[in-house]
Design a binder for this molecule. Structure first.
Ligand code: NAP
Length: 249
């Protein structure tokens, strides 16, 4: 995979950081996109370079059309070649809201990441992928699509869109040898979750056949597989990485 370039959105922390590290470890040149966390993004770049890999950090708000255009142009400049692998991972705050409190704006806030940003980015990277007759788009969804968590319909609805969008894009882009898949993580504690109490961890784990919480690396390994040539004949799939808590849509 040495000749490939991957863009991971929202890679300054959480699951995105782990994806960036795993892809770099496979020899892929990685663009670490972030919103505001410059220092964290640069630390990941340094870590990758220290391990002999190649990476650059580029700040961009992926929900802005202008920013997305600049992000893709700067990525091309950074490595002198277009993006081969796009991982739509970035997310903003995810407030849990009852139907009484949630507004259309709250729905749009989530759709801006799951649908708008993914669409803007795909439109920018697809032309070069078609030209090269090789491409990978990996959308990050969530197991909430199957769980239907209450008082979280803003997020559940937006993540549900990832399922159909992935299938439609896969059907449309297959003839160009571009695969499109979605990875749906389970609950995986990252910085933004703060301290996870033993009670809440064990009540979640109760419904997990593999009897543990997931780690960012569990998701990153699936992303790396889907990005690789090993996954050449896999497209349009919605793959859960959640220890078997749900069985697929
Ligand atoms: N962790 C879980 O339990 C879990 C479970 C299921 C699904 N997921 C999904 O997995 C993905 C990653 O989640 P996470 O928990 O790792 O999130 P996270 O730790 O909150 O990280 C979010 C990332 O997105 C970036 N970001 C925020 N707003 C942005 C914007 N407007 N433009 C570009 N980047 C932006 C952040 O950059 P800054 O650092 O600069 O703010 C950060 O790098 C999301 O799609 C999430 O829905 C997570």
């Amino acid at each position: 995979m040495n000749s490939k370039v991957a863009l991971v959105t929202g890679a300054s922390r959480g699951l995105g950081k782990s994806m960036a590290l795993k892809l770099a470890d496979a020899g892929i040149k990685v663009i670490i996109n972030y919103n505001s966390n410059h220092e964290k993004a640069e630390t990941i770049v340094r870590d990758i370079k220290d391990s002999g890999g190649e990476a650059v950090a580029i700040s961009a708000n992926v929900t802005s059309e202008d920013d997305v255009k600049k992000l893709v142009a700067s990525s091309r400049e950074a490595f002198g070649q277009p993006i081969d692998i796009l991982v739509n991972n970035a997310t903003g705050p995810q407030p849990e809201l009852s139907l009484e409190d949630v507004t259309w704006e709250d729905y749009l806030d989530q759709l801006n990441f799951t649908v708008k940003a993914s669409l803007l980015l795909a439109k920018e990277v697809i032309p070069a992928m078609k030209e090269n007759q090789w491409g990978r788009i990996i959308n990050i969804g969530s197991e909430v699509v199957e769980l239907g968590n209450p008082e979280f319909s803003n997020y559940v609805t937006a993540k549900s869109a990832v399922v159909g969008m992935t299938r439609s894009w896969a059907n449309e882009l297959g003839k160009h040898n571009i695969t499109v898949n979605a990875v749906h993580p389970g609950f995986i504690p990252v910085e933004r979750h703060g301290e996870v109490t033993e009670d809440s961890a064990s009540s979640y784990i109760e419904g997990v056949p593999l009897k543990r919480l997931g780690k960012p690396e569990d998701v990153a390994s699936m992303v790396r597989f889907l990005a690789s040539d090993e996954a050449d004949f896999v497209t349009g799939q919605n793959i859960n990485v959640n220890g078997g808590k749900t069985f697929g849509v």
